[in-house]
Design a protein around this ligand. Sequence first.
Ligand code: P71
Length: 461
Amino acid sequence: METPKRRSWAEPYKIKVVEPLKMTSREDRKRALEEAGYNTFLLKSEDVYIDLLTDSGTSAMSDYQWAGMMLGDEAYAGSRNYYNLERAVQTYYGYKYLVPTHQGRGAEHIISQILIKPGTYIPGNMYFTTTRLHQELAGGKFVDVIIDEAHDPAAEHPFKGNVDLNKLDALVKKVGADKIPYITVGVTVNMAGGQPVSMANLKEVRAYCQKHGIRVVYDATRAVENAYFIKTREKGYADTSIAAILKEMCSYSDACTMSGKKDALVNIGGFLALNEWDVFEEARNMVVVYEGLHTYGGLAGRDMEAMARGIEESVQEDHIRARIGQVEYVGEKLLALGVPIVVPVGGHAIFLDAKAFLPHLKQIEFPAQTLAAELYLESGIRSMERGIVSAGRNKETGDHYYPKLELVRLTFPRRVYTQAHCDVTVEAVAEVFARRNSIKGLKMVYEPKYLRFFQARFEKI
Ligand code: P71
């Protein structure tokens, strides 16, 4: 029964280089977990069997990209690879001007500092950790304007990342459009479960913002994955190429920040791309202070070449179908076992619903952190907490944010793991699920000031 499905997303590549995986014993993992303070970010990669912490910078490059690395032009200024990258961004994303950065948050820093004045508001379709922090550091306040369905793991909606125009309008009425420098639209929305935004919604947001003089800035980190969902779910796009959908999406925005470490299939790199000359000029001024000269932005020439080639590969139909097909494969298996996950399955990851998985734990006992730790202990598989620890604290009140979504993310690097690894992952989750009632929560014993999830430490209650 599964054969046709399997064929439909079979990897459109074969393996040329392999990297051995290390198996560990439960004893080893117990020790490693205690040393890491029950935080999967603090585990040594050596102690991990299948690493589903993130799809960020963990993908496998192609022979075409590696060949490009050898063509790195490491001149300080005006590297040939910068121009290749500029051409790729113009061709596939359609923006006029490019500012390379070392990764996504470098671009977020620059755009936030340029456009945000203290006391302004930045609406967005759900927060992302680094994006919101840069907005706050610039003196702005993030306001969530995603549709309600996005906060409900069980709500079936084909475009759960959509912006709620009523929420946006309510904010404009409350604070005034002049207090809103721009809206951030994540395509797809990572924290909602890799959920896409429809083309219709992107158009509506564009029209509304144009009327009110508000810029539209995309977080284009996984825009190609979003394009795939438009192609497969939105009426009228089934016969449109991924490349054409991506370009149409971007045409409804003024700029984007990009972490090349995801869609663009590189281990490091990012950019800010813009259409407005004035903002570009300011960004070029700033990039030399924080990242590097405007023709390298903290990257080596070879890194820019790999990203230019990665962009080209990212929009290939076979690639994106296999990439998302793999994630959907795992999702279908877990759903069949009755494991609570965010539905519909998103583009880059399976998100376990830790509140439903461990209903006996209070949110302050860190259900998602606990579940990620247990999955590691069970199997050596590393996942990531995306719940109360990631949400952090309200800057004004000092209280924890209590996000509705308390999730564990099993994130799939692109072109790295095989279907057998997927099967092992499903089996491991099923084993933890079988003993879920006996799992106890955690307490936080060390809390860093910024982006606490990276370095926080926990102990068993
Ligand atoms: C992910 C990451 C990497 C990450 C970042 C922060 C905490 C944990 C892990 C990075 C993104 C992203 C979106 C939508 C901007 C960035 C920052 N994601 N926007 O999912 O997903 O990009 O890491 O290149 O600076 O594991 P950067």
